[in-house]
Design a binder for this molecule. Structure first.
Ligand code: GLU
Length: 279
């Protein structure tokens, strides 16, 4: 079977050179192996995603010369599927309610940003009931302790890195999901968290190779654990280096001057951009 890969941007801003590199790398890998290239719009966070950004993403990718299979999978249209997965974990006692305030939670950040590991436990039943009765908001967290029990230890979990992690990690990598702590899988304003939606979608879409920037290498450790708990297949991971700008810093969405649409408006061609990126 040929390689199946995807580009999975979140419509929270305009695409920049770094996104172009990632999308082209995945697209070319699929083409080289007569594989399939999918586009997935990761728009679960309605507080940050905008339809005009999504339209701009499609526009920019077409300008780059990419084609993808239709229909495009939009995560916001599949919330029920992610909730089924969450409910499965909940019924098996693998998640617990966490009432810490938003400020205390490791959420609201992009998946590649550093998160403080948090380990907790369910509240005593009476306290939990009282808080629920008062209508206090809570998040569902994955319990690493319960996960370790369910899998009889986290030791044997591993994934294959066919690219390279930030420290040159390659080959079979032992997953260390404990580095991320008890991750948030759902919260009140955003019904499901990134990691859960990603593993469910990668499996449902038959993704064989996850090709993305090395800033998401840590995410693979957590995603490997979720795959094990949900009985989902583990794709091969191919993390790639991150492009850096003239200042040596990696491109970021807030750096508007580097957006693909600005480059295009200033007369840069897609061919010149590819050449610049060594593709
Ligand atoms: N939606 C994520 C992002 O834009 C990428 C997720 C992934 O490739 O696994 O950073």
């Amino acid at each position: 079977m040929g390689l199946v890969t995807r580009f999975a941007p979140s419509p929270t801003g305009y695409l920049h050179r770094g996104h172009a590199y990632s999308a082209l790398t995945a697209f070319e890998a699929a083409r080289a192996r007569s594989g399939r290239f999918l586009l997935r719009i990761e728009d679960i966070d309605a507080t940050r995603c905008r339809p005009d950004y999504e339209a701009a993403i499609l526009d920019d990718l077409a300008w780059l010369g990419l084609t993808w299979e239709e229909p495009v999978r939009r995560q916001s249209e599949h919330m029920a599927t992610y909730h089924t997965a969450l409910e499965d974990l909940r019924q098996r006692g693998l998640v617990y309610r966490c009432f810490r305030t938003r400020r205390e939670l490791d959420i609201g950040r992009a998946p590649h940003e550093h998160q403080t590991p948090f380990r907790g436990a369910p509240l005593p039943r009476l306290e939990e009931e009282a808080r629920l009765a008062r209508g206090e908001p809570f998040a569902w967290r994955l319990s690493l302790e319960a996960a370790a029990e369910a899998l009889s230890g986290l030791e044997p979990l591993s994934f294959f890195e066919a690219g390279s992690g930030p420290a040159g990690e390659q080959g079979w990598i032992r997953a260390c999901p404990d580095l991320a702590g008890d991750i948030v899988l759902a919260r009140k304003d955003v019904g499901v968290a990134y990691h859960l939606a990603v593993v469910v979608d990668d499996a449902l879409q038959g993704v064989s190779d996850v090709i993305r920037g090395e800033d998401l290498f840590e995410a693979a450790h957590v995603q490997r654990l979720l795959q094990a708990l949900l009985g989902l297949p583990t794709p091969t991971y191919r993390h790639h280096r991150l492009l850096t700008g003239p200042d040596g810093k990696r491109y970021a969405k807030r750096d508007k001057a580097q957006s693909l649409r600005d480059l295009r408006a200033s007369g840069v061609t897609a061919a010149a951009l590819r050449h610049d990126m060594g593709l």
